[in-house]
Write a protein of this length. Structure first.
Length: 308
């Protein structure tokens, strides 16, 4: 965009429909044209210089490539262990639960090469594939959150029987339904950027998507933690190793908190300044990068626990 706009705008209203995230590598939460360092304006209309996006555009491709490679190795080794020694997996790390977590992780990791290419060379696949990518991305995340929650609250995954098969089908279907708003609010900006949010911050579809993310990535871990502290049976399952599956929730909880902060800043419920947006871009980008690491660390943790 023009570095010297013809009229002043506030940080809360300027270019709100171009918030990028990991599809533009943890994105430029500031503007539609990701190549500019002039993003938000403070109240005195002085341009804000934000160097976050150029930095992560350089870091993103190798980061995503390394994470994808690590996820492929760890998930592959986990699947081999599941196939070779099926009788060695017991509740709470039951074979049926771990296999589904591995499937969701593989789906997530499979999207990383396309995202890395989009960061390095621009997104040229169009709006449809962009929305499909966000749909699958969030489907894998929400499915893992629901699987971890269900595995922490009962013995439904102790065996693969008609009851557990019905539960698995229901959880994956619900996760897909909950991920649908993510596809509706995403889109292509500036012709070469697949963005997480192509609608206004107060658009009903985005508010629905934001609420679902907060419930599954932030409130659900908090609720399960309180329940585990209050219920002895849940604490016993943690002692038996169920806490390892919580690695997923622990890695994504900071990103859930970051989404809440982004909304407060973009909706001007908190006072927006150049400094606050620049610091927040870094914090939100790092929290999303931390969450992405789950696809490599999660299978590795389960595999090491099984070996030990």
């Amino acid at each position: 965009p023009d570095a010297h706009p013809r009229h002043p705008q506030t940080p809360g209203t300027l270019e709100t429909r171009g918030s990028l995230d990991l599809a533009e590598i943890m994105g430029n939460f500031s503007d539609d044209d990701s190549d500019s360092n002039y993003t938000f304006l403070d109240y005195d209309a002085v341009p804000c210089h934000n160097h976050f996006c150029p930095l992560f555009q350089r870091v993103a491709p190798p980061f995503l490539a390394a994470t994808c490679a690590a996820a492929a190795l760890a998930t592959g080794a986990l699947l081999v262990a599941l196939a070779k020694r099926p009788q060695a997996w017991r509740w709470p790390q039951s074979r049926t639960l771990v296999a589904q977590l591995a499937l969701a992780t593989a789906l997530f990791a499979a999207l990383l090469p396309a995202l890395a290419a989009g960061v390095g060379r621009g997104w040229h696949l169009g709006t449809g594939p962009c929305r499909l990518t966000h749909l699958l991305w969030h489907w894998s995340l929400f499915a893992q959150a629901l699987l971890v929650a269900s595995g922490s609250c009962g013995t439904a995954w102790a065996r693969w029987d008609p009851r557990s098969r019905r539960l698995a089908a229901a959880l994956w279907a619900v996760a897909l339904l909950l991920a649908t708003p993510a596809a509706l609010v995403s889109g292509v900006a500036a012709g070469t950027a697949c963005v997480r949010r192509s609608v206004d911050i107060l658009a009903p579809a985005y508010l629905l998507h934001l609420g679902l993310c907060l419930c599954l990535l932030l409130l659900l871990p908090a609720g399960l933690l309180l329940a585990a502290l209050a219920v002895p049976r849940l604490r016993a399952s943690w002692a038996a190793g169920a806490g390892l599956t919580w690695l997923f929730l622990g890695l994504w909880a900071p990103y859930g908190a970051g989404l809440a902060g982004e909304f407060l800043l973009q909706a001007r419920l908190l006072k927006p300044t150049c400094g606050s947006f620049e610091r927040f871009d870094v914090a939100l980008g790092l929290s999303e990068g931390l969450g992405v690491l789950h696809c490599g660390l999660g299978p590795l943790a389960l595999l090491l626990a099984w070996l030990c």
